[in-house]
Structure formats: C-alpha cells, structure tokens
Design a protein around this ligand. Structure first.
Ligand SMILES: [Cu+2]
Length: 181
C-alpha cells in the first residue's frame, strides 16, 4: 500500500509537470530556443551516428544493384587522397533499357534532383547531362542484368559525397554516401 501511494503521488507530479511545460511552450521565445536546441541535438546525433562510426575504412568497394532499384549498400568510408576501386554488379534480370544501373559519384554541393532530372534526356551519355559533367567525380558505365563494371578514382578532399544511379527515376531510392577521411 505504501508503494502504491508513492506511485500515485509520482504520477500526479508528472501530470502537473506536463501541464507546466505546455504553458511555457506557448511563448514564441521559448519555441525558438527549443527549435535551436533540437537542431543542435540532431547535428550532434548525426556526427556520432553509430552506423557511420562503425563503418570500416575500405578503398575496395563492391556494390550490387537489383531490379527493385536498390543498391546493396548505401554507406562507404574511404581514405581520401588514395585510389578507390569500385566494382558494380547488376544482379537483376530486367533488361537494361528498363532497369539499367550505374554508380555516379557527385561533388559536394551538387543539387541531386536537378542533376538527375537534367540527365534523363541524355540516354547516350549514360544519363549524365553534358552541362553537369563538372559535378561528377567518377561514374561507371550503365549496365544491364548480369553485367559488372569496375572503375578507380581518387577523392582528394575529406568530406561527405553523394552517389546515385542516374537511370531515369532511380535516384530517389538508389543513392548513398561515401565518407572520405
Ligand atoms: Cu538504377
């Protein structure tokens, strides 16, 4: 009985607290501070992301792509300034003209949506617009079912880099990041 009354007291306290918080949230100054604090927290969270921290540094990348518009992995960590060798295999069965895949690594700051949409018009250039060639660090050929392709490249500067498949409509799900450190 003693414990029950303690529990009851605690929950009453919690309810009171909840009400109090709500009223402080009402003021715009507090809301602004809260937004700032939460954005700070999320920035810190992404910096100490366990998935990123536990990712081993490896300049030998093997990647597959399938008929469901997916890469086998979307996060890689490499050593900046050293040669990276990347092998892409299309493990799908659908024909290349409806489900071809490539790997296209983009310079920091590239607008992925713009890049991908512009590229759709350039089938003969593996769906990379000539106007956006300068945004590409490296890319593989576009490959069909059962095919493999291999490239080597160097990421000179440390940082986060996006990669996508430029086949029309694929960039939404076929994208990932390479962290060079
Ligand atoms: Cu693709």
């Amino acid at each position: 009985m003693k414990y029950l009354s303690i529990l009851f007291g605690c929950s009453m306290f919690l309810i009171a607290c909840g009400g109090g918080d709500k009223s402080t949230l009402g003021s715009t100054a507090d809301t602004g501070r809260l937004a700032k604090a939460s954005s700070k927290t999320s920035a810190a969270a992404s910096q100490s992301n366990p998935a990123i921290e536990s990712e081993p540094v490896n300049n030998q990348i093997e990647l597959t792509a399938n008929d469901r518009m997916q890469y086998s992995d979307t996060l890689f960590k490499v050593r900046a300034g050293e040669k990276v060798s990347l092998k892409l295999t299309n493990i799908g069965k659908m024909p290349k003209n409806s489900m071809g895949h490539n790997f296209t690594l983009l310079k920091t700051g590239t607008d992925i949506t713009k890049f991908a949409i512009e590229g759709m018009k350039y089938r003969d250039q593996d769906y990379v617009s000539p106007a956006f060639k300068g945004s590409v660090i490296a890319h593989t050929a576009l490959i069909g079912p059962g095919e493999s392709t291999q490239i080597t490249f160097v990421i000179k500067n440390k940082g986060y880099y996006d990669f996508i498949c430029t086949f029309p409509g694929h960039y939404g799900s076929m994208r990932g990041k390479i962290i060079a450190e």
